[in-house]
Design a protein around this ligand. Structure first.
Ligand SMILES: C[S@@+](CC[C@H](N)C(=O)[O-])C[C@H]1O[C@@H](n2cnc3c(N)ncnc32)[C@H](O)[C@@H]1O
Length: 236
């Protein structure tokens, strides 16, 4: 039986549409490229027990820490190559370097939440500082919830996600894609979804479109949320 029902996701979305979650003002105000509603949704989805949460595109950790806040049993893996920061004039770090300030701010944010009163089990966080296409996916723990928050994102990134990352989902789970308010990106993502013929089926979809790609009052760059489960093999 699927762990996440459509009723559960609709209730979680209704709460986050109203910015309701366990998050405090502190998590809502962490500097990041995401809105209160996105953070609330991730927090609400991770309220289930023993969730493995995967985030691709952690940046300074605002959404990662929001997913974990008040949800002590969540185990999280966060991935980022720290080479792209849309808040920098040059955006891409010089060849062979990373945006050290982004990585060190992420580390500092995690250290800040180490205090037991901060309601985040920071020992449950693993950070992989690499391109997600270089990660040894066959060695990763299976996830229940994945937030794919890669920017800039290409059709090839989505193809890689479906061919190589998706097999690390449990028998069922949720994948949330950002940048869905961008027409080119949503078209590319929908084409990849339509062409997908792997061992998982998409059971349901929900979306939240924003006015622009950094809409702090709505779902920032827009979300596509998929409920996914392993196809049942039939005889004959
Ligand atoms: C929109 S930001 C993530 C925002 C973050 N989730 C937050 O709440 O603030 C996108 C991130 O994707 C990362 N990124 C882009 N391409 C990547 C890739 N191929 N592998 C790993 N990270 C990537 C960038 O370095 C950037 O930090």
């Amino acid at each position: 039986m699927a762990k996440y029902t459509q009723e559960f996701i609709d209730a979680a979305l209704e709460l986050s549409d109203n910015e309701h979650s366990k998050l405090s003002e502190r998590e809502r105000e962490l500097f990041g490229l995401s809105s209160s509603r996105v953070r609330a949704l991730l927090n609400n989805l991770c309220t289930k027990q023993d969730i493995n949460y995967l985030e691709i595109g952690v940046y300074r950790g605002a959404t990662l820490l929001s997913a974990l806040y008040g949800n002590p049993s969540v185990k999280a893996v966060g991935i980022d190559h720290f080479k792209y920061d849309e808040r920098e004039a040059k955006r891409w770090a010089v060849e062979g370097t990373i945006w050290e300030n982004v990585k060190s701010q992420l580390e500092a944010n995690i250290v800040r939440y180490k205090d037991p009163n901060m309601q985040v089990s920071t020992d449950n966080i693993t950070i992989i500082a690499d391109d997600f296409k270089q990660v040894a996916w066959d060695k990763q723990a299976k996830f229940d919830v994945c937030f794919f928050d890669v920017t800039p994102v290409t059709k090839a990134d989505y193809e890689f996600f479906f061919s190589t990352v998706l097999p690390t989902i449990k028998t069922s789970g949720i994948v949330i894609f950002s940048n869905y308010s961008n027409e080119t990106t949503s078209k590319a993502l929908n084409e990849v979804i339509e062409a997908y013929t792997g061992p998982y089926s998409i059971d349901w979809k929900r979306q939240r479109i924003s006015s622009g790609l950094s809409d702090a009052t709505k779902y920032y760059s827009g979300l596509l949320i998929l409920g996914i489960s392993k196809k049942i093999k039939t005889l004959g």
